[in-house]
Structures are given as C-alpha cells and as structure tokens.
Design a protein around this ligand. Structure first.
Ligand code: ADP
Ligand code: ZN
Ligand code: ZN
Length: 745
C-alpha cells in the first residue's frame, strides 16, 4: 500500500493476455480532474509503449511505490469507451474470463490503437497549465505583454480555440514565450459534431403495408414500454413480417430522436435487409460491415457515438458501438451461430445485447423464425417477453413439406428420381428452384480406385476437398492448397476418383439434367466478390425459371419471391452427430431454407431427401413445427442436463507436440479439482482429444466444466484462469477458454 494520503494512481487496462489491471503514477502535466474513465492513456509497458484505457483514478495501490511507472500522457478528453460500453465490457470480461484490456481494445475501432489518432477531427486549443495557474503574475514585470495574456486566459478559465484568440487579439512572440515556458499549452481537442435529429424533419417514408393484427399487437406491446428495458422474443415464422415489426418500432424510437442498433448475421449476404431500412427512413444510417477499411469503420463509430447516425446496422462486433442516445437494439436471426465469436474473446453478441439493453434501459428485440433453445427457455421462464407471428403476410402461405425416402433408391449425383421429377415440374411451370447442400467444392474426398489411397491434409485430421473448377485440392480447415495429382502418389495408378458430392458437382449434374435452364451456384467460392450476392439477387428478380444451388448461405434471410421448390439434398449427418446442438442446427436449417420458398403469391413446396424418413424428430419438425420440436428437444436437454439446463465452459489447449495439450489440461484439472473441493457443484470431464485432434499442424485437447449454477461455474473459472496464468513450464502449450461454447468438441 502506498502511504501518501494525497497520492492518486491511474488504474489502466492494457491490451495484454494477463487477466489484471495495471496501476500507474499520473504524468507530471496531467490534470487529474480532467481524466475521465474510458479515455485512452499512453503508458510504458515493459520496453514498449502501449495504448491502454483508463479504468479509474484510485487512491491506493498494491504495487510497491518504487515499482510504479509514470503514464506518458492521456490521449483523449472525452471517453473512447463510454460509461455504458465500459459496464458491458467489464461484465463481459468477468463472464467470459477474458482479459479486460483485450476486451476494451476489441470494443474500440482499430485505428484508435494508434496513439496519434483522434476519434474526431482535431482542433487546437490553448489552455493554461497548472504551472501557469500558479505562476506569480506580479513577478512578471519584465514581460507585461505576457502577463496580460496569461491573466486574460486565466480569467477566461477554459480552453480557447484560434478564432477566440484572434478575437482576444492574442498572438505573436509573447504567446510563443508563454508556451515555451510551459505556462500555456496547445492541446488537440476534438471538434464536436451534431446529432441527426436537428436537421431532419420528415423521418419516415410511408409504409406500403397495413400491419396484420399480430404485427400490430407486437408493435404496440414494444412501443408501450419503449422507455424501459424488456427483452422481447419476436418468434415469427419466415415471411411473417418480423422486419416490418422492427421498422415500426424503430419509427417510434426515431420520433423520440433516439438511435436504433440492429445486429444482423452477415451483411454481405443480405443486401435486401439493409436497403429496406434505407428506403423506409430519411435519416442518416451507417452500416458496419467487413468490407469497411479502418478509417471508414472509425467514421461510422464516431457517427454513432456523436449521435450523427440514427440507425446503425452491423454484424456481431457492432454490439460495442457507443450510442449518444440509444433507443432500441434489434438482434435479427438471433439463433445464428455467427453471433458467437469463436476465437480470442469468445463472446455472444446476442447475450451482450441483452446485457447492454438492461444497462441502457432500452428494449431489446430478439427476432427469429427458429429461436435458439436458450432463448425459448428464457421466454418460457418469463425472463423474455414473447411475441408470436404465426401467419405469413399477404397471400403467402406456409410451404408444404415432403420427405423422400432414399433408402436403396438409385441416386444420380445425389438426386433421387422423384426429386428430379419435381424440379422439372416446377421449372416447367416457370418457377425457380433452390437446391440446398451443405458442402462446397466438387467432392469431399479424392480416392485411388486401384489401391484405396485417400488425399489427406498433412496438417489436419481431415480429407482434402476436390475443387474441379480451379483444378485444386483444398483443406477446408487450414489453408492447404495443391493441384490435383495426375496419378496416385502411392501406386502411380491414374485412376483417381472424386468421392461424394459437393456444390460444384451438384451444379454440373443440374446442368446435365436441365440443360435448357440456368444453374446459379451460391457458396463461399462464388460470392467472394463484394457485389456477387446483389448480382445474383437481381438476376433472380427477373423471374425467369432457373435453379439455385448452394450452401447454408442460402438460408440467411433472403427474399426470393419466385422460388417455389426448395430441395434439401441430405440431412442425415445432422441426425446422428456427436455435437449436442446438431439436431437444433439441423431443424433451424430445414426451416430457414424452406422459408425461402413460396414467399409471394405462389405456394411453396419443400422436399427433404433422407434415409430416415420416419425419424421422430424429422416428422415432428415437419408436421408439428419448430416449437413442438424445440419443446421436445428442451425436454431431452433437461433430462441429460445439457444447456440451457446447465452451464458449460471448455478449456482448450493446443501444441505442436501430441502429448502436451492433454498433460497441460491434466494439470489444469488437478488445480480445478482442488478448488472445487470446497464446493462440489462443478463437474469436470476430460481431458480428451478434440474430435479433429490435429488442425493446421497443432494437436488439440480439451477439458469440459459443467455446473447447474452459472455463478458457481463463474467463480471457479475466475480462480482457475488466475491459477493457470501462474503456471510455468507450460512448454509452448497455448490455451483458451470458451464460456457457453457452441460446440464442445
Ligand atoms: P420476416 O422478416 O418475418 O421474414 P418480412 O418482414 O421480410 O418477414 O416480410 C415478408 C414480406 O411480407 C416482405 O416482402 C414484406 O414487405 C411483406 N410484408 C410485411 N408486413 C406486411 C403486411 N402487414 N402486409 C403485407 N405484406 C407485408
Ligand atoms: Zn493408388
Ligand atoms: Zn488442413
């Protein structure tokens, strides 16, 4: 403890892997009263200088005084991390067991890691330094000009800009001399900007729709509590008009001069959603998407923080966007896996949105046609207020499902004969068809017909995928890439055969089966270009009969009014996966993909090919709908004590050495067990090798921790991560922790 009662220390979060905060002495020129929590500080760290975030000014420290270093300087006058974001980040740091410095760095635009970059355009202001304030004016007899300037500025008692100096007629050598003596100081201060509401009168373009009674009920319920926090689950089947509900609620928010934050899974894939917001409102709107460069991202962030932007649409990380005047947060397709960050700081943007809504006292709307089981559980327990949209809008009807049992049927490149017939019927009637298959490339395996050799990735426990169009073998788990060999490396036979079916192969089969129609493939390989998706959509909007073939990218909220048939090629893998969420994901996928069918006047049909046509879960999904399926699956989760009926965390370890990850995790388990002894309400499973043990040249293992009490697990994890950090001799093992993991393998 430092003993000086007047001492003040700066507690700073530093972007470092250490789970702790760091104390500094203030710089000599620093005016402590002006240091607001959330501003950036430039501080020495080891032999580097780092940009940290001031957490608070404190009057005691546990660090020995002579070990304390002095901060170099503060970088902002206004917080870069606003109080609301700060609260959310500190909560997230504790909950996800991630170092607070890294969380805060994550929360701010990358450009602000540069100490010379200011959030807003800078203006130069002249201030009187503490030395200037305390200087003996009467002692400045020899330089009356300087004395006059100094006393003038002390009287003004706030920083003045160059215009003001001109007005006061302050200039020339006396001014320079005062600056040189350190009595005055130039500082770069950010130019203030104005909120949007001041210069827009006609906010809303009229809606083309009269709300259905269900939509109206949802809008009224949310609008009635717009001044406080409630979390809503808007459960509406695909095409039921959820987006229209968001738009009407946002209208209410905008009328109050407040801002709306909308999270979407992937913007590049859903240009239609963004343009609907743009068309509806005459207000400044910013879109935070992955194609922005750092400066554009900073500009958008500033526009949100300063209140210049009324609507902010973004993906996962947009949950950290500061808002001057927040009004509502919408999380569209809340079940989507992309809301969980899968590396580094493993947070759920959906869950943080709810947290943030509570802190900011604003409503949060979680919308989906296939809500996650966690969210349904929260609604069942009345933590979330549930709103239902059960009807499709206008004349659109819900699609009709058909299971095609493919047991011992002949398949032509995956297509059964009944399916081929249906595709032909729909095309003949002038409609569009969508074929879904969750595997890109030509074929997932290359095998030698002569000796059985298989093309494996040398860096992963995985097979290489054949990409015929680019004549390459690629690993979908690392960046491995090579040409397709002309002959077998093991026996020199030229008989190498692609095995299995990917989107490229399906595309070529469809071209052969339906030569008179256009086939458009949608997967990661065909949508790399920024405008690829918009181009495809405008092609479809022409309404000519054609076939779309693609991966789950097709499932994401698109509106294809001319699609009347959706074919799901193969879902059997989802029925028998080791992943406890596989069934839930499969059900969501079936309903999301099929939601692309029959969205306009034309009725839709959905065909699912399977070897298990009487599987009870499949028939439940099809005959009774998603919520019946969800209830059934929730009951199973309760019986097996899986989330949301228990809480999980996975500690993963990896190393280039095969045995070290498990050895390391064994030590971790030992520590964890000793910590649990006091309070036995957390169980530990493992360590076990990950399902794909080797990936990108690293061997991986994991330890699973489970508890029925969120708090017990949290307390243990905090102690445990602290203890792991103290471990030495970890011989190059890298570890990470994932709280509420999406998958546990
Ligand atoms: P969701 O987001 O639930 O999939 P959307 O909001 O995209 O549904 O609505 C589906 C389609 O129905 C859109 O074309 C939309 O313009 C239209 N729509 C929405 N609300 C209404 C309504 N009340 N009356 C008629 N059409 C509507
Ligand atoms: Zn061979
Ligand atoms: Zn690989």
């Amino acid at each position: 403890m430092a003993m000086n009662p007047d001492a003040r220390f700066l507690r700073v979060a530093i972007p470092s892997p250490l789970r702790r905060e760091f104390d500094y002495l203030p710089g000599t020129e620093e005016d402590l009263a002006n240091l607001k929590p959330g501003i950036r500080m430039l501080v020495p760290f080891g032999n580097r200088r780092l940009v940290g975030i001031l957490l608070k000014v404190v009057d005691s420290t546990d660090v020995e005084p002579k070990k304390l270093k002095q901060s170099i300087r503060s970088l902002d006058t206004e917080p870069v991390i606003t109080p609301g974001i700060m609260k959310m980040c500190r909560w997230a740091s504790a909950y996800y067991q991630h170092p607070v410095g890294d969380v805060l760095t994550h929360a701010m635009p990358a450009l602000l890691r540069n100490p010379d970059k200011l959030p807003l355009q800078a203006v130069h202001m002249l201030t009187v330094t503490p030395a200037g304030k305390n200087s003996d004016l009467s002692g400045m007899k020899k330089s009356p000009k300087q004395r006059e300037i100094l006393s003038q500025l002390i009287q003004v008692s706030q920083p003045v800009d160059t215009d003001e100096l001109k007005r006061l007629n302050i200039k020339g050598p006396p001014l320079k001399a005062l600056v040189a003596k350190g009595l005055l100081q130039w500082t770069a201060v950010e130019r203030k900007r104005t909120s949007w509401q001041r210069h827009s009168s006609d906010l809303v373009n009229e809606s083309p729709h009269t709300l259905t009674s269900e939509q109206a009920a949802a809008v009224n319920t949310i609008a009635a509590s717009i001044e406080s926090h409630t979390c809503y689950l808007l459960d509406g089947i695909t095409g039921s008009g959820k987006t229209e509900v968001y738009l009407r609620v946002i209208e209410t928010v905008l009328m109050q001069g407040r801002q709306a934050l909308i999270l979407v899974p992937e913007i590049g894939l859903t240009p239609q959603t963004v343009s609907r917001f743009q068309r509806r409102f005459n207000v400044p709107l910013v879109v935070l998407h992955s194609a922005l460069n750092d400066q554009e991202r900073l500009n958008a962030w500033v526009a949100a923080r300063e209140g210049e932007a009324a609507i902010i649409i973004g993906t996962r990380s947009a949950v950290f966007t500061p808002l001057r005047n927040p009004g509502v947060i919408v999380v569209d397709e809340e079940h989507d896996a992309s809301y969980k960050q899968q590396e580094g700081f493993r947070y759920s943007a959906r869950d943080l949105s709810v947290m943030r809504g509570r802190e900011e006292s604003i409503p949060v709307i979680l919308g989906s046609a296939t809500p996650s089981l966690e969210t349904i559980h929260n609604a069942d327990r009345k933590r979330y207020h549930e709103l239902r949209l059960t009807q499709r809008t206008g004349s659109a009807s819900t699609p009709d499902f058909k299971l095609v049992d493919i047991k011992s049927r002949h398949l032509d490149c995956g297509f059964s004969e009944p399916l081929i017939r249906m595709v032909r019927d729909h095309l003949d009637q002038g409609n569009q068809v969508l074929v879904f298959l969750n595997r890109r490339g030509f074929a997932p395996t290359l095998i030698c017909h002569h000796c059985g050799w298989i093309a494996n990735c040398t860096r992963c426990d995985a097979r290489l995928t054949v990409h015929k169009l680019s004549n390459s073998l690629r690993c979908h788990h690392c960046s491995a890439y090579s040409g397709i060999p002309a002959q077998c490396p093991a026996c020199n036979s030229p008989q190498l055969m692609p095995l299995g079916i990917g989107t490229e192969r399906t595309e070529s089969a469809l071209n052969r089966l339906f030569p008179e129609h256009r086939v458009i493939r949608i997967d990661r390989d065909t949508t790399r270009r920024k405008s690829a998706m918009s181009d495809i959509i405008s092609e479809l909007d022409k309404g000519n009969p054609c076939i779309l073939v693609g991966t789950q990218m097709l499932a994401k909220g698109h509106h294809f009014p001319n699609v009347t048939l959706v074919a799901i090629m193969d879902i059997d893998a989802g029925l028998f996966s080791a992943d406890f969420r596989a069934i839930e994901k499969m059900a969501q996928l079936i309903l999301q993909v099929s939601g692309r069918s029959g969205r306009a006047e034309k009725p839709g049909q959905v065909v699912i090919q399977t070897h298990f046509a009487d599987h009870p879960l499949l028939t439940t999904i099809i005959n009774k709908g998603y919520r019946a399926f969800a209830q059934h699956t929730l009951n199973e989760r309760r019986e097996t004590r899986l989330p949301p009926f228990s809480f999980l965390a996975v500690i993963r370890a990896q190393s280039t050495d095969k045995t070290r990850p498990a050895e390391f995790l064994q030590r971790v388990k030992h520590i964890a067990s000793s910590l649990i002894a006091i309070d036995r309400r957390v169980e530990i499973f493992g360590p076990i090798p990950s399902i794909m043990e080797k990936r990108a040249g690293k061997f991986r293992a994991q330890l699973l921790l489970q508890s029925s009490h969120r708090r017990h697990l949290g307390v243990l994890l905090t102690e445990l991560t602290g203890a792991i950090e103290q471990l030495n001799n970890t011989s190059g093992v890298r570890w990470s922790i994932d709280v509420d993991p999406l998958d546990i393998f």
